[in-house]
Design a binder for this molecule. Structure first.
Ligand code: H2U
Ligand code: ZN
Length: 348
């Protein structure tokens, strides 16, 4: 008998991190049995007087938000990192090493509307969020080596407030995930003389793991995806960082983000939870030609609006495992409509 990855349990390599995960396709041979049930997602008002992110409201620290009309950024009132910590190492023993980490944390409101999410915003307004991500990356990149733009969405992901918002953490050291990606992309460029994620996008173009594509962007469920409906957003040309995107590329990015986010919401007819974020070349003047900008979407849901994948047991102690194959996940996302379920008359 010959090994066939559509039938036999196997491991897949994530070339960006060098880590492996287990795929068990034989367990998904049965037809899809997931129940489509919407979680109780109550209607929200366009402005909530008790929301600390809505325009004109007061935040926990007593500050007033301006009456902003598009986007709004402020320094996190409960920042996990602080800019003015003294530089130093505390290493009384090689097994107990600590280093100080100057950094800063900001909160980004995507819209003044309390009742929207990126999936329900117009592409023109999503583009303003992309502009803000790019501006913040430039500004903080002058002070910090790594600027992590991210969004934590949904209660299930520990997000504290449904008002559409994201965060930025800017730090002095490369965090673990980008450090792995940096090393792996560099090694690939040295070995092959090409950019890893450009080669990967070319390999996937028009294929079974692609969900949506346009002239500048591709969204795929990567071959090595860990989360059931994980996706990777890839530019089609080499782009080092968010600020390097042209106006046209920002427009087409807003358009493709809208398409993937609407599909995500349509999958289980729920406001789809996820953590997402951007990885681009670290700030500074060093040669970063091995890098390619990309976004990861890590959604926890597995079978319905309420059934999530747990990364426990074998995942914590061995390595991640999945039943639904990345190809099956991509097929399901691809066939969903481009119109948000809330806008269609059809009811479940
Ligand atoms: P989430 O994206 O995980 O919901 O976090 C929202 C952030 O907003 C959280 O980091 C901050 C919290 O510290 N926050 C403020 O900065 N001011 C407030 O008045 C409340 C919450
Ligand atoms: Zn609000």
């Amino acid at each position: 008998m010959q090994f066939n990855p559509t039938d036999h349990p196997h491991r897949r390599l994530n070339p960006l991190t060098g880590e492996w995960n287990v795929v068990s396709p034989h367990r998904m041979k049965r037809p899809w049995q997931g129940k489509v049930e919407s979680a109780a997602g109550g209607l929200r008002p366009a402005h909530d007087p008790t929301c600390y992110l809505c325009p004109g409201n007061v935040r926990a620290g007593g500050e007033h938000n301006p009456r902003y009309e598009n986007t709004f950024v402020f320094a996190n009132d409960f920042a996990g990192l602080l800019p003015d910590v003294p530089c130093g190492t505390h290493a009384p023993h090689p097994l107990t090493v600590a280093r100080s980490e100057p950094g800063t944390c900001r909160v980004l409101c995507f819209s003044p509307r309390h009742d929207l999410t990126l999936a329900e915003m117009d592409p023109q307004d999503i583009q303003k969020v992309i502009d803000l991500w790019a501006e913040q990356t430039s500004e903080l990149g002058r002070l910090y080596r790594w600027v992590q733009v991210f969004e934590n969405k949904g209660e299930i992901m520990g997000c504290s407030n449904p008002h559409p918002h994201g965060q930025i953490w800017a730090v002095s050291s490369l965090p673990n995930e980008p450090a792995k990606e940096d090393a792996r992309q560099r090694a690939y460029a040295e070995e092959h003389g090409r950019v890893m994620l450009l080669d990967y996008a070319a390999l996937e173009a028009g294929g079974e793991r692609v969900i949506v594509e346009n002239e500048d962007w591709q969204v795929v469920v990567p071959f090595w995806a860990l989360w059931p409906f994980e996706t990777l957003v890839l530019p089609r040309r080499q782009v080092l960082r968010l600020p390097d995107l042209t106006q046209n590329e920002r427009r087409s990015l807003a358009e493709i983000l809208k398409r993937i986010l609407v599909r995500y919401d349509n999958l289980f007819r729920t406001s789809f939870p996820y953590s997402m974020g951007w990885h681009g070349a670290p700030a500074g003047d060093a040669d970063q030609r091995h890098w390619q900008l990309h976004a990861h979407f890590y959604p926890p849901l597995l079978r319905s609006a309420t059934v999530k994948k747990f990364m426990v047991g074998y995942e914590m102690l061995g390595e991640p495992q999945r039943d639904l194959t990345p190809e099956q996940a991509a097929g399901r996302l691809r066939q969903l409509p481009d119109v948000h379920y809330k806008l269609t008359a059809e009811k479940v």
